[in-house]
Design a protein around this ligand. Structure first.
Ligand code: SF4
Length: 428
């Protein structure tokens, strides 16, 4: 296995295992395990490989992808060799998506669901692999209509189960379409994807994602009538104990800021006596361990909490994005992960109210390229403070952590500004 050619390492590349992406802290290797599931033994091996060939951190993205960072040109071939040997690589050829579907981490086991979204996702993935010309970042959210609502995740196409055997479909932000019979859903999806790939091939400079299609082109893709928009659903619990099918339980765990030391995962999984538990990746940047009895699930969550992982849905860390920072990243100008933990605690009330916080070690914004209500950018051990912007926007101040914590207190200016966001949704 040789290192990939330089042109395949450019920033913005949708990375995979065989074709990593160059980032500020080395190469980012994204894993797509077969069937999007792992055994505890596989997770343990991945954690060991992240220590051996990466920077010792394991990350889970908001698309529920497992990532190893800090890989180098020298370590990548060895890492790939080991992952191939462990049958942990499942990548189609070509420039299309490695995994286009996003489902609940409880999919197929959730007693509140109206559909086995995992099974539907597997069929759609299989059909999509026969098509060329789809964009690598294409995302199809398949929402089973249960308690794990996926409304918070952006998508190119959204399928939502609205009743037994019936789905509604939405492309981008266009009106809802349907209903689609469950038995027809794979065929309908294949036709949409095939039609989109054809339109894209005909105008590659103008049509990159589905959002680039005109309303007429969109309508032509499906032939489905408009339908009533489904009612808004309550926000889902993202972590904790969940009842699953067949009297089993699942433990959903969040990784602080979407990442944790590989050694922590090894210790967590060592707490599983057998390989009976099945692991799914969660788009809430965590892991779902499924197949426990209640007592074991509760004990497992307690262990996870003791290891510093997130097990409570009101944990403010669930609302914070932070990059690896120093010492993991050589470009970092601040200890982002440690500081993010302190900041999350200090701003818990604001975060619980919906304020978003991004703590970046430098302007590269590896963790969150988009705007946040409060973006902090490392600068020689202090932070540039950017309200309502990205790491590249003009800061209003440069503060050390202590001064920042003071100005985030009630009655201080930055707190007041964020509180206004919470109540009005605007930075004013
Ligand atoms: S400091 Fe953070 S944002 Fe900058 S390159 Fe490193 S990981 Fe990326």
């Amino acid at each position: 296995m040789n290192a990939p050619p330089k042109e395949e390492l450019r920033r913005g590349w949708c990375p995979s295992t065989l074709r990593p992406m160059e980032t500020g802290d080395g190469w980012l290797v994204r894993l797509h395990p077969p069937g999007a599931r792992l055994t505890p033994a596989q997770l343990r091996r991945i954690a060991a490989l992240a220590t051996e060939h990466g920077n010792g951190l394991v990350e889970i993205s908001a698309r529920a992808n497992l990532q190893i960072r800090g890989v180098t040109a020298e370590s990548h071939p060895k890492l790939v060799e080991r992952l191939l040997a462990e049958r942990l690589v499942d990548e189609p050829d070509g420039d299309g998506p490695q995994r286009l579907t996003l489902v609940s981490p409880l999919a197929g086991r959730d007693p509140t669901s109206l559909l086995d979204a995992a099974a539907l996702a597997a069929e759609i993935e299989l059909r999509a692999r026969t098509l060329s010309g789809l964009p690598a970042k294409l995302c199809v959210v398949i929402d089973d209509g249960g308690a794990q609502a996926l409304d918070g995740f952006a998508s190119d196409i959204r399928l939502l189960c609205i009743g037994a055997g019936r789905l509604a479909l939405r492309i981008g932000e266009s009106p809802w379409l349907g209903p689609v019979a469950q038995a027809e859903a794979v065929t309908v999806m294949e036709a949409i994807l095939r039609g989109f790939a054809r339109l894209r091939s005909a105008a590659p400079d103008h049509i990159r994602r589905m959002r680039d299609l005109s309303p007429v082109a969109l309508a032509g893709l499906t032939g489905l009538p408009e339908t009533t928009a489904p009612a808004a659903r309550p926000k889902p619990r993202r972590v904790g104990l969940f009842a699953a099918a067949l009297d089993r339980f699942a433990a959903l765990i969040g990784l602080p800021f979407g990442r944790c030391p590989a050694a922590t995962l090894e210790r967590l999984v060592a707490g599983l006596e057998t390989d009976a538990a099945e692991i799914r990746l969660s788009p809430w940047r965590g892991l779902a361990f499924r197949g426990f009895d209640r007592a074991r699930a509760e004990a497992f969550l307690m262990l996870a909490g003791d290891l510093g992982l997130i097990t409570r849905d009101d944990d403010p860390r669930l609302s914070v994005q932070a990059c690896a920072g120093s010492p993991a990243c050589s470009r970092a100008e601040a200890s982002t992960m440690a500081d993010a933990a302190v900041l999350a605690e200090a701003t818990a009330g604001l975060l619980a109210g919906g304020v978003t916080l991004h703590v970046s070690g430098c302007v590269k914004a590896c963790a969150h390229p988009a705007a946040a209500d409060l973006t902090l950018v490392g600068r020689e051990g202090r932070y540039d403070v950017v309200p309502g912007g990205t790491t590249r926007d003009k800061p209003v101040a440069t503060l050390d952590l202590s001064a920042l914590l003071t100005r985030l207190q009630p009655g201080e200016d930055i707190h007041a500004r964020l509180k206004a966001v919470r109540s009005t949704g605007s930075q004013g």
